[in-house]
Design a protein around this ligand. Structure first.
Ligand code: ADP
Length: 587
């Protein structure tokens, strides 16, 4: 039995030594305060455990060892308190008070010469000192247990797990120390059981203070899916910069914690803020040097209780700024590196939104221009066309034969301009969603015929062939818009084919549809160009010299589709083109 007990005690010593060595190694690798304090605490506890068998007895050496034991015990308390402070900082005065108390109690312990033999009698002062040592150490342990547990609430999954693990770690340490002390005063079997429990706690400590990668991954799992979809949302579904920044801020805070955060753009404009007013945020941003590129500008950096993550936006440098609070500690490097990854997505998202709102503004400007220009032109053109018609009819007196001879050309040109204006007006209506069809039963044959009449002047240089049935083909259409499409196809056929060639119009019914085809023998359209024909302002490079707006086919196809029909093209370069407009027949 004593051998087993000895073995278990040896195992505890070994386990603690390994834990201490692990802490020292991670401090050497990352020599910061946090790792330093943990190493200090675990190493002093490990030495204390190693010393434990040598404690007791009387004489100067055991006395010195007892003093050393007291010092180590209090140092371990200090290390753990400061480790807690590195996560959830104490205000200055409690930190100083606690440190002072530890020093005073330590010095008093040595000065009072606590008896090295626990069985020897204590003076009342010595008893008080013993209570002070145990009490202070207990505070150094219990306060962090509570603080870490409380700080874990409302935290993202990883941080919550990590804080809880550390809290459990502290509780584990308390248990080991309490059990270790109790075990010494118990008889064989019970002492063995208590020691065994202490030994079993050591792995818990290991996982709590040095969580392996697989454990951290497990902690992260519940958050991972949400995080991925948040990044996805960020990149895809944000309508504007402010909405995007607001969404992003929520996640940024979640990744590292913080009670106040804001996102500022390159011009110092605060896009979103939480826990701080926009005015305050603007002030902080103006004072801080966040927006000035520094050498290592891309990496997130800590400035006191603040984290600054630079955002390298297209317009210049912006930043996410997050300030931590007492119970919401700013987290480790892993969280920072995730924040920096997240910032990269945010930059892409913000740039995309900026770009698309610029494009939208440009599009709006184009539509506005179309709208204004077409309406401004319409008035004067009506007057010009009116007088030309009157001149042509002789209503304004006789003209010299030479002057009269140019009138048909002037009228046809003014028709062309009027036609363009009409297209522009319809296009801007369509853009603004104001193009409402007035559909009713109509005869497609008749409508096509009157559309041809409307542009007969334009077709005068060509041989027009019309193939349409005598009986009517009925469909529910908006007659004016229907004719706009036909006139557009006819005027294109005339514009993009040599004069003297044939233009054929074919009206027929087929498979529940009324079809109107306009065929020309003109320049034709290559396969590649056919894709851009029906876009707004889409014009083909080789026809730039021909007058046009690039709106006609786009407008025509939209009108066709509003009728649940379509407009398609078949063409080969140099071989002419056939455009077919279809609308569903009336049932
Ligand atoms: P536009 O006012 O330029 O004629 P459209 O939208 O009607 O605008 O036509 C777009 C482009 O499609 C034209 O610029 C021209 O390059 C090409 N196109 C249209 N119809 C024909 C055709 N019948 N033959 C050859 N090219 C055509």
């Amino acid at each position: 039995m004593p051998e087993v007990l000895l073995l278990v005690e040896l195992a505890i010593e070994l386990a603690f030594s390994i834990l201490a060595i692990r802490a020292i190694v991670s401090w050497v690798r990352q020599p910061d305060r946090r790792h330093g304090h943990l190493a200090l605490a675990l190493a002093s506890l490990a030495i204390l455990i190693l010393l434990a068998p040598a404690l007791g007895g009387t004489g100067p050496v055991p006395q010195a060892l007892t003093d050393l034991g007291i010092a180590l015990f209090l140092i371990s308390g200090y290390g753990l308190l400061m480790f807690r402070d590195s996560f959830v900082p104490f205000p200055t005065w409690p930190r100083r008070l606690l440190t002072g108390a530890l020093v005073v109690v330590g010095v008093a312990g040595v000065a009072l010469q606590l008896p090295s033999n626990p069985d020897s009698p204590h003076t009342p002062l010595q008893t008080l000192e013993l209570v002070a040592i145990v009490g202070l150490w207990a505070f150094c342990m219990l306060e962090p247990i509570l603080t870490f547990w409380l700080a874990a609430r409302r935290r993202p999954a990883v941080e919550m797990a990590r804080l809880r693990a550390i809290s459990i770690g502290y509780a584990g340490l308390v248990t080991v120390v309490v059990f270790g002390t109790v075990a010494g005063s118990l008889n064989g079997a019970v002492s063995l059981a208590v020691d065994a429990v202490a030994l079993l706690i050591v792995p818990v400590l290991y996982f709590a203070f040095f969580p392996p990668v697989w454990l951290r991954r497990m902690w992260r799992q519940p958050e991972e899916e949400q995080f991925r979809s948040a990044v996805h949302d960020l990149l895809l579904y944000s309508p504007d910069r402010v909405t995007l920044a607001e969404k992003a801020l929520g996640w940024a805070e979640r990744l590292v914690g913080g009670d106040a955060a804001f996102i500022v753009d390159a011009e110092g404009l605060v896009l979103a803020s939480r826990g701080v007013t926009t005015a305050e945020a603007t002030q902080i941003a103006m004072k801080g040097k966040f927006l000035k590129p520094t050498q290592d500008g891309r990496a997130p950096r800590r400035e006191g209780a603040t984290i600054i993550v630079p955002l390298d936006l297209q317009q210049g440098r912006g930043a996410i700024v997050i300030r931590s609070d007492r119970l919401m500690p700013i987290f480790g490097d892993e969280e920072l590196s995730r924040l920096s990854q997240y910032a990269t997505s945010l930059v892409a998202g913000l740039d995309r939104v900026t770009l698309s709102s610029k494009i939208a503004a440009l599009e709006r400007a184009k539509t506005d221009f179309l709208n204004i220009a077409s309406h401004e032109l319409r008035g004067p053109m009506t007057v010009i066309k009116g007088y030309l018609t009157m001149l042509d009819a002789g209503a304004l007196g006789d003209l010299a034969p030479k002057a009269r001879s140019v009138l048909p050309l002037l009228i046809s040109k003014s028709d062309e301009v009027n036609w363009m204006i009409e297209q522009m007006i319809e296009a801007s209506r369509l853009e603004e969603g104001r193009l409402a069809l007035k559909r009713h039963r109509a005869d497609i044959v008749e409508l096509t015929d009157s559309a041809i009449d409307g542009v007969r002047m334009l077709l005068s240089g060509h041989e027009l062939k019309v193939d349409m049935p005598v009986e009517s083909i009925e469909a529910d259409v908006d007659p004016d818009r229907f004719q706009i499409v036909i006139r557009n196809l006819l005027s294109n056929a005339a514009k993009y084919s040599a004069s003297g060639t044939d233009i054929t119009v074919d009206v027929r019914r087929d498979d529940g549809k009324a079809l109107v085809s306009v065929h020309d023998e003109g320049i034709g359209i290559s396969k590649e160009d056919q894709t851009s024909l029906f876009t707004r302002f889409g014009r083909i490079d080789t026809t730039q010299h021909v007058q046009g707006t690039g709106l006609g086919l786009w407008l025509s196809r939209e009108i066709a589709r509003m009728h649940e029909g379509d407009l398609t093209v078949e063409s080969r370069t140099g071989r002419g083109s056939t455009f077919t407009f279809s609308v569903p027949l009336r049932h």
